[in-house]
Design a protein around this ligand. Structure first.
Ligand code: UDP
Length: 412
């Protein structure tokens, strides 16, 4: 066998950020759970916030002695086109929910249920794509639906269709209280978090940053403004370009928009292509899958924009804030829980407001530094993976009596 020094980040590594006491507390919460088998199910292994969180969370949980797994459902293009429409409708868009669509959705999930044998002590199903999985299993422990979407105003027709499925779960997790729905199933609220040790968030020196930007031909002669997001209309990419064009009338700068395709988001390619016509010397639009580039761009930018119109949480906001970069974020969803307007960033509701804040920040180095410092502090206090893991341990422990009875077939 090849000798290779593998190493994994553990909760112990977070001590430098959260202190020894918090680390001890997390280990103590994990101790009674040692050896339980848990599994996450979602619909992509890269290209969005859910995959990003699962990457770190699953490894940390295993380091804590929990046998946590991660399964990804397979689907046809038709299936992902329908589930993206559902995603949009849960965020408030219209949907034409025909029988044909329901059948494709439920048939693909049935096939996934046949392929995946889930007899775990705890099952966590992420977002609407694999939601109906629960219909096809005998439960051996609690099943939780973890919804990452901005549910401020879900489309009622779709919600009514999904509700009986959601209520089969033993618990539902939303990112923030504002997304609570009328449900018979108990709800808890856990905000996502970032991994400070990942390639995307770890420290980079100026040379490493420059190397990545040069590699993609991103000019650094003028102040950089950036948005990093899947190419999705909810992220309002055209609004970002319009705001940038307005701001540029007053301050010289370059805009870079970095996005990646996600296997469960078939609309991305179309949105990306629709933006290409806006490319010019000072507007770069890149579709790549490169975490080190995301890291470099979020560090090099004078200002990061996340001008979302809906946003379940917005990991990209916390990622940039962690790097000490001030963020101008849409005044929606989870972004409002990260940015305190005028303190560690700005919240905006229009293109003109975005442009005004861009000009203000680009012209004022002291303000950028002050907000950036507070932004990093906010993430350190609230949005690191250690807090996220701890809250999920609390969730596991809250069901303790159920799985301690071990295993009770037909529990459902
Ligand atoms: N992301 C990336 N490359 C890109 C665009 C996005 O790695 O080109 C990552 C981004 O850094 C973040 C995640 O995808 O970790 C997006 O999560 P967020 O919560 O902001 O939005 P979502 O895509 O889940 O709606």
């Amino acid at each position: 066998m090849l000798e290779y020094p593998h190493s994994l980040v553990s909760i112990q590594d977070y001590e430098r950020f959260i202190g020894a006491e918090a680390v001890e507390r997390i280990y103590a919460k994990a101790e009674p759970l040692e050896g339980i088998r848990t599994v996450n199910v979602n619909s992509t292994y890269y290209g969005g916030g859910v995959a990003e969180i699962l990457n770190s969370r699953v490894l940390l949980m295993n380091g804590l002695g929990i046998e946590e797994g991660w399964r990804i459902i397979h689907g046809t293009p038709d299936f992902f086109s329908i589930t993206k429409k559902m995603h949009n409708a849960l965020q408030g868009a219209e949907i034409n929910l025909t029988d044909r669509k329901r059948h494709i959705y439920e048939d693909v999930i049935f096939e996934n249920a046949i392929r995946n044998h889930l007899d775990h002590d705890f099952v966590i199903i992420h977002d609407p794509q694999p939601l109906p999985m629960i219909k096809h299993y005998r439960k051996y422990g609690p099943w939780v639906w973890r919804c990452h979407i901005d549910l401020t105003r879900p489309n009622r027709e779709l919600w009514d269709y999904l509700l009986p499925i959601i209520e089969k779960y033993d618990g539902v997790v939303f990112s923030i209280k504002e997304y609570a729905q009328k449900l018979r199933t108990p709800s808890v609220f856990i905000m996502p978090a970032i991994d400070p040790f990942s390639i995307k968030n770890k420290e980079l020196d100026a040379e490493e940053v420059k190397e990545r930007l040069d590699h993609y031909g991103i000019p650094t002669d003028l102040p950089l403004v950036a948005q990093v997001s899947r190419f999705d209309l909810w992220k309002d990419p055209m609004g970002v370009i319009e705001a940038f064009r307005l701001a540029r009338k007053e301050v010289e700068c370059t805009l870079v928009m970095v996005g990646n395709p996600a296997t469960d988001d078939p609309e991305g390619a179309q949105v990306y292509e629709s933006l290409l016509g806006c490319q010019e010397e000072r507007i770069k639009i890149l579709s790549v899958q490169d975490s080190a580039l995301v890291n470099a761009v979020q560090r090099a930018a004078y200002v990061v924009v996340q001008k979302s119109l809906r946003e379940g949480f917005g990991l990209t906001v916390a990622e940039a804030m962690w790097k000490g970069t001030p963020v101008i974020g849409g005044n929606v969803g989870g972004i409002r829980h990260q940015i305190r307007d005028g303190v560690n960033g700005f919240l905006v509701s229009s293109v003109t407001e975005t442009a005004q804040r861009l000009v203000q920040l680009l012209k004022d180095k002291k303000l950028r530094e002050e907000m950036g410092r507070k932004a990093r502090e906010t993430v350190k206090e609230n949005f690191l993976m250690s807090r996220y893991v701890e809250q999920n341990l609390d969730l596991y422990n809250s069901f303790e009596t159920i799985y301690r009875m071990h295993p009770a077939p037909g529990l459902a």
